[in-house]
Design a protein around this ligand. Structure first.
Ligand code: PBG
Ligand code: ZN
Length: 327
């Protein structure tokens, strides 16, 4: 046989050759680890739909943070789980100086001042109706919600949050929060906007963990339609114009094309949210022995890096940090 053809296998011949030519990598610095802080004491409740993920009360939080820090993880994102009798129509627990997220933030920053604390800025965990904004006549109101988001962000930063991550998908939320932070003297605090957030069934397990499911209707009037690609560019563009410092695409796995589009169209750090349902699907299959957890998690997260993200918010962060140490 004397024909010419390409021999791609030459570059795959050995582990060292493959390591030298690897185009994308996972590093512990890539990960932001989500933590659910719950009101009450001595609580470490495993979320039934998310094995290995817990709602943790403040008295047990430091142990968890110690583990996170010792694994080399640089950043966490906090979600609050208030008692149901602390929820109200306007989600006041979100912007109370002694709200669960504010208390947790103060506590964490006191013990681990270098750990980057991201605050998820939304109302749905704190409203009795479970929507991300103020509700009137069954409608989620846009502009009246903006003030409350700005208040929430300011109170989170006062408690020590390093990054504000608004997730509620009201129009103008980045501008309103930027303005609120600047007026309060926090112009140095970055906004990591959930800029491209689809209305997704992949959030199901999160809503168990955060007890934040809407009590009527759905989030389709504010979160994006999964069928849309062009719209992602408009969403990301307006958030950048309003002053967003990072852009989150969420969910990640079914939206890798969107991540690449955002990467190609904008010059800003991009974050993938590897959401609860993506975690639960892999966990369930792994616990059944149907897939190899470590290999499939690394492959999945690497796919997000390859699609173009800089950072990944993932419930697998601690596992990956351990696996990276083993290598
Ligand atoms: C709150 C919020 C949600 C998630 C992050 N922030 C849920 C939602 O919009 O219903 C989902 C995260 C996940 O599924 O892991 N707005
Ligand atoms: Zn919300």
């Amino acid at each position: 046989m004397d024909i010419q053809f390409s021999r791609h296998r030459r570059l795959r011949n050995s582990a060292n050759m493959r390591a030298m030519l690897r185009e994308n990598h996972l590093r512990v610095e890539d990960f932001i680890y989500p933590i659910f802080v719950v009101e009450g004491e001595k609580k470490k409740n495993e979320v039934s739909s998310m094995p290995g993920v817990f709602q943790i009360s403040l008295d047990l939080l430091n142990e968890e943070i110690e583990e996170v820090v010792s694994l080399g993880i640089k950043s966490i994102i906090l979600f609050g789980v208030p008692d149901s009798d602390h929820k109200d129509e306007v989600g006041s627990g979100a912007y109370h100086d002694h709200g669960i997220v504010q208390l947790a933030t103060r506590q964490v920053k006191e013990v681990y001042p270098d750990l980057i604390v991201v605050a998820d800025t939304c109302l749905c965990e704190f409203t009795d109706h479970g929507h991300c904004g103020i509700v009137e006549n069954g409608q989620v109101l846009n502009d009246p919600t903006l003030d409350l988001l700005a208040r929430t962000a300011v109170s989170q930063v006062k408690a020590g949050a390093d990054i504000i991550a608004p997730s509620n998908m009201m129009d103008g939320f980045v501008a309103a929060i930027r303005h609120g932070l600047d007026e309060a003297g926090f112009e140095h605090i970055p906004i990591m906007s959930y800029a491209v957030k689809y209305s997704s069934a992949y959030y199901g397990p999160f809503r168990d963990a955060a007890q934040s499911a809407p009590q009527f209707g759905d989030r389709k009037t504010y979160q994006m339609d999964p069928a849309n690609r062009e719209e992602a560019i408009r969403e990301a563009g307006s958030d950048l114009d309003e002053g967003a410092d990072f852009l989150i695409v969420k969910p990640a796995l079914a939206y890798l094309d969107i991540i690449r589009d955002v990467k190609n169209n904008f010059n800003a750090p991009i974050v993938a949210y590897n959401v609860s349902g993506e975690y639960s699907m892999i966990k369930a299959a792994a616990l059944n022995g149907w897939v190899d957890e470590k290999t499939i998690v690394m492959e999945t997260l690497l796919g997000m890096k390859r699609a173009g993200v800089d950072l990944i918010i993932t419930y697998f962060a601690k596992d990956v940090a351990r696996w990276l140490k083993e290598e």
